[in-house]
Design a protein around this ligand. Structure first.
Ligand code: G4P
Length: 536
């Protein structure tokens, strides 16, 4: 009997390990206009979600059925909310977590990066590394997320390719290994040379779409384009093959080296190589740190953390979807999970998968997968769900706001409703709310100005609360803590008019400007001021 049980257990373990090992959970980081949306569409095409191609950044009419606050996205032609797309390719399950690409971004972008195991960095070949790519790259580096590079728009005039690689190496301190190399440039761009296996894949031809290698000898290139200086191409390829750093998996996984692919998302070229590279090199779901122990992805007990909350698209229903990343075990529909923060159990009766075609009801999910859990406000960002164990995942951050405002209500009778609404919005991660200890009206803080527009539109549409934002005397907020409880209490007592509580009741120091902050910090011995806080 016990033998049978042991066999069943080990079979379950090995099928769990097999499911985990075929998952790749990643995000695309890029500067606006580098081609992230186009690349996303093409990646989904490989996954068979053909009906979605051309609809990822649904501009115009397709958005009309969505809720009011989505208008902001529509008007600005940008994607405010991050979404999750799951597709399969060559037996692997890819979870692509979309991050907003606009330069005006929210904390969601950063938090999404806490839920991925690798990232694809898309670079416009004519522009190189741009500001926003660098910023997102820095977040990836903080978390040691390995990066695969896709240099896009090779069908257009580009910067010198060696110079582009040099820029990545110098500005990001990241070694590069070209896995493919462009043959011809701009109008003369014919395809890419496979640096690892040799042979050229042509832009024109079936191989481009399927990703299948289409070998052609370099000497034959002259027949395809009379303008191409074949001997120069030969010399260049010899140089690249001889001088490139060899690809080292470990250096890549540690975030020191990036494999580089060249292509054109628009022409669906090079995308197959990239996807194969992701499948081959990108790590499987990694172990996650908790306050008790490191949780391995193959651990049979179910655990997950919430990294994003999205309000329902329908403003008449106040239910929300919590996006949770599975960290271990198997999540099955109908199972009960423990919400560690409250100690209560919640049924996962209709978790949703975000398969590219539509939101489909999930029957089971494994480490690396992201599921949407509909709820009426039970779940918060940073929450840990387990099958009964008591631990909390760490590392889902809150960031100190860059903009602090006071909310002015045009109808003073609705103050209580505003308080509730702000509480909900802060739990969803739309804004941070700071309640001054001296009883002054609450302040809201955001990382990007767009979040203020989202907040205003949503308060109006969902709560009928028209609000305005006023500049407050405070511009900066920093969490304060100390190893010495007494010192913290003394500091707080001496600065009450500048202390507020965040949504968890943790103390925050509000400063008029950098000067005040620096001045106070210098004098506050033993007090730590931080601009990032792990969400509890
Ligand atoms: P984003 O999500 O990173 O902001 O970029 P997106 O994919 O929307 O691409 C930005 C523009 O660049 C789009 O043109 C897109 O068609 C173009 N593009 C993307 N990849 C390539 C490529 O490989 N080669 C060339 N030549 N162009 C590319 P647009 O005219 O601004 O937008 P649209 O009207 O076509 O949507």
């Amino acid at each position: 009997m016990s033998d049978i049980a042991t066999t069943a257990e080990s079979t379950a373990r090995s099928s769990l390990a097999a499911e985990v090992s075929r998952r790749r959970t990643f995000a695309i980081i890029s500067h606006p206009d580098a081609g992230k949306t186009t690349l996303t569409e093409k990646l989904l095409l490989f996954g068979g979600a053909i009906n979605l191609a051309g609809q990822v950044k649904a501009k115009g009419e397709r958005r009309n059925t969505r809720s009011d606050w989505m208008k902001i996205e529509r008007e600005r032609g940008i994607s405010v909310v991050t979404s999750v797309m799951t597709f399969e390719f060559e037996g692997l399950v890819f979870n692509l977590l979309d991050t907003p690409g606009h330069e005006d971004f929210s904390e969601d972008t950063y938090r999404t990066l806490t839920a991925v195991d690798s990232a694809v960095m898309v670079i416009d070949a004519a522009k190189g590394i741009e500001a926003r790519t660098r910023k997102l790259f820095e977040v990836c580096r903080l978390r040691d997320i390995p990066i695969i590079t896709f240099i896009n728009k090779m069908d257009r005039e580009s910067r010198d390719v060696f110079e582009l690689l040099d820029e990545i190496e110098k500005t990001l301190a990241l070694d590069t290994t070209p896995m493919t190399w462009p043959v011809g440039r701009g109008r003369e761009f014919l395809g890419t040379y496979d640096v690892v296996n040799g042979g050229v894949r042509l832009l024109e031809g079936g191989g481009a779409k399927t990703g299948a290698a289409q070998q052609i000898e370099i000497a034959e290139l002259a027949k395809l384009n009379a303008n191409l200086d074949v001997s120069a191409v030969k010399d260049e390829l010899e140089l690249v093959t001889a001088a490139s750093k060899p690809f080292e998996l470990e250096a890549f996984r540690e975030g020191h080296l990036t494999p580089v692919y060249f292509g054109s998302a628009l022409r669906n070229f090079g995308v197959g190589d990239l996807l194969q590279g992701l499948g081959k090199f990108a790590p499987e779901p990694r172990a996650q740190e908790s306050d008790q122990r490191k949780v391995e992805a193959t651990d049979p007990r179910m655990s997950a953390f919430v990294f994003k909350i999205q309000a329902n698209m329908d403003p008449n229903h106040r239910d929300r979807i919590a996006f949770a990343r599975l960290c271990s075990g198997k999540l099955s529909r109908g199972m009960k999970a423990k919400l560690v923060r409250t100690g209560k159990s919640m049924p996962l009766s209709s978790p949703q998968f975000f398969f590219a075609q539509d939101r489909s009801v999930a029957d089971e999910a494994y480490a690396g997968d992201v599921v949407g859990i509909p709820n009426h406000g039970t779940l918060r960002i940073g929450d840990t769900l387990t099958d009964g164990e008591d631990f909390n995942f760490v590392g889902v951050p809150s960031f100190a706001p860059e903009i602090v405002r006071r909310v002015r209500l045009t109808d003073a009778m609705k103050a209580k409703k505003l308080k509730e609404a702000l509480q909900q919005m802060s739990e969803e991660g739309v804004v941070q709310v700071f309640r001054p200890r001296d009883g002054a009206p609450a302040l809201v803080g955001v990382v990007g100005a767009l979040q203020l527009d989202v907040l205003k539109a949503r308060l109006d549409a969902e709560y009928s609360l028209p609000v305005e934002f006023e500049v407050s005397e405070f511009q900066l907020a920093r969490w304060v803590s100390s190893d010495d409880r007494k010192k913290l209490d003394t500091f707080i007592a001496a600065n009450t008019s500048s202390i507020a509580d965040d949504v968890d009741g943790d103390p925050v120091y509000l400063a008029r400007n950098e000067f005040y902050l620096g001045y106070t910090r210098e004098r506050a011995e033993g007090i730590e001021f931080t601009n990032v806080k792990d969400v509890k």
